[in-house]
Design a protein around this ligand. Structure first.
Ligand code: NAD
Ligand code: ZN
Length: 362
């Protein structure tokens, strides 16, 4: 199964299958001729998948420089980037080399940033291995690293030349990480595609069981939907891409105030989407039964649905620092119905906070 990402001369394909990891060498050489690849992964991913990928590349006559960084968000740093630049140089990287990211969103963002910056830009290929990376971070071309004071603040747009997704790698993904990725999948249904939302409701058990057919379906549809939005607003200039931030203003505030690591990203998205739905009800544009449908689906998928007890002043302050704030007024992506959302500006902070507060468990 192939999803095309239409970005004029930067267009590329996402190739989705089950058990296709072993074909990675043939897949890359079908896209361009390659003699040297810098393969970047993290310790967890490398333990499972570095060897088959390394061998598949070598089988096509590609020399491989394999670089493994510690698993986890702290690897998206200047210090790690410097180590990777130096190790690549040490192993004779040149302008014809390619970079292959094998891992979750951390590795995709980091390796993409190395690709974008090394010798003024190397061709980049992605093999995302978390559900989040497969449905979200590997589509859209945003790459970068963190500074201690701000996430994703150093980076650029660097589109891959191709993305290969093997649903079988999700078998080894920890359950919490897997479920967290499903929250972004639900998000696509709410913002853009009611029939897809219906499909998710009807397939909770196959999804919890990570059945290959269900995985291929949700990954392909999520990639298509994100690709559509990205194609219309590649560099986040028209504001269209903002709909992807549904639930994320509350989510970012929750992540910041609870402390990074307390909630996985998708868990905070789950709580955040329900806050944004209740906000839609308060603004009179969304209906309670649709909030209940999201609540029921997210909780069936074992995602958190209750707003945690956190300092409200801190949550509000964090939302006011979010990038969707203009002139001190809050802006939110709010659903109008399942499958359609709108950016609502000038939201009163008390109304926004009541949508938060009403999510506390009874
Ligand atoms: P991650 O890359 O840290 O992966 C989560 C954990 O799963 C890690 O411990 C990893 O080692 C492990 N893992 C990965 N694949 C595995 C597998 N198949 N089997 C077993 N273990 C596996 O986290 P993530 O959730 O994939 O990505 C989060 C990052 O993505 C954040 O840094 C975020 O900023 C970024 N992101 C980027 C974009 C974008 O558009 N570029 C979008 C969303 C998120
Ligand atoms: Zn997200």
């Amino acid at each position: 199964q192939t999803v095309h990402v239409p970005l004029a001369e930067r267009s590329y394909d996402i190739s989705i299958g089950t058990g296709n990891l072993a074909q990675v060498g043939k897949w890359i050489t079908s896209l361009r001729s390659v003699t040297h690849a810098v393969l970047i992964s993290d310790t967890n991913v490398a333990a499972h998948y570095e060897k088959p990928v390394h061998q598949a590349l070598e089988a096509e006559g590609i020399r491989v420089t394999s670089l493994v960084v510690p698993a986890g968000e702290p690897s998206k740093s200047v210090a790690t980037a410097q180590k990777l630049w130096e190790a690549a140089l040490e192993d004779r990287v040149d302008r014809k080399s390619i970079v292959v990211a094998l891992g979750g969103g951390v590795i995709g963002d980091l390796a993409g940033f190395i690709a974008a910056t090394m010798t003024r830009g190397l061709d980049f290929f992605q093999i995302p291995t978390t559900l989040l990376a497969q449905v979200d971070s590997s589509v859209g071309g945003k790459v970068g690293i963190n500074l201690p004071a701000a996430k994703n603040i150093v980076g650029c747009f660097w589109q891959p030349k191709g993305v290969l997704i093997d649903t079988a790698v999700l078998e080894t993904l920890p359950r919490r990480e897997y479920l967290s990725g499903l929250a972004e999948v639900v998000k696509y249904g709410v913002i853009l595609d009611e029939p897809f939302f219906d499909y998710l409701e009807a397939n909770v058990q196959p999804l919890l069981d990570r059945e290959p057919a269900a995985l291929q379906k949700i990954i392909a549809r999520s990639c298509e939907l994100k690709a559509q939005v990205v194609a219309e607003d590649e560099r986040e200039t028209t504001g269209l891409r903002a709909i992807l931030n549904y639930g994320h203003t509350y989510c970012h505030a929750l992540e910041t105030v609870a402390g990074y690591g307390e909630f996985l990203h998708g868990e905070a998205v789950s709580v955040g989407m329900l806050c944004a739905s209740r906000l839609g009800e308060k603004l009179g544009v969304f209906h309670a039964p649709s909030t209940q449908r999201q609540h029921a689906l997210l909780s069936a998928l074992s995602l958190p649905v209750d707003t945690p007890q956190l300092d409200e002043a801190a949550i509000l302050a964090a939302m006011q620092r979010d990038k969707k704030v203009e002139h001190g007024k809050l802006r939110f992506i709010v659903p109008l119905k399942i499958g359609k959302v709108e950016l609502m500006a000038d939201i009163d902070s008390e109304v926004a906070m009541s949508a938060w507060r009403e999510g506390h468990s009874a």
